[in-house]
Design a protein around this ligand. Structure first.
Ligand SMILES: [Zn+2]
Length: 102
């Protein structure tokens, strides 16, 4: 599980890196731990700054790289779960790459 999470995070990081402005990344997670990792990564990229709250001014200089397109994860409809029970735990999240800040 740890290795899978690590691979997921690496893959996601590489995917975000490869995007051009306007490009989109979409991830489907089948486990809540994976979904949480995806959610946190996308939020971090959408926030940009990673300074700890106690730092009064930003010193990291990081700018947002993503705009989150799914405020809540997209889940399969009941109908889809009936046809494909394995889809039950699927959670899709998507984000779009912002233009690089000058
Ligand atoms: Zn900062």
């Amino acid at each position: 599980m740890n290795d899978e999470l690590g691979a997921l995070q690496e893959g996601l990081a590489a995917g975000i890196e490869a995007l051009r402005a306007g490009g989109r990344v979409a991830v489907i997670a089948y486990h809540s731990l994976e979904d949480r990792a995806v959610k946190e990564r996308l939020r971090e990229e959408a926030r940009g700054c990673v300074c700890p709250p106690r730092v009064p001014v930003c010193v990291c200089g990081r700018k947002p790289r993503l705009r989150i397109l799914t405020r809540r994860p997209v889940m399969p409809k009941e109908e889809e779960v009936r046809e494909n029970p394995r889809s039950r735990s699927a959670r899709l999240r998507a984000a779009a790459r912002l233009a690089d800040a000058a």
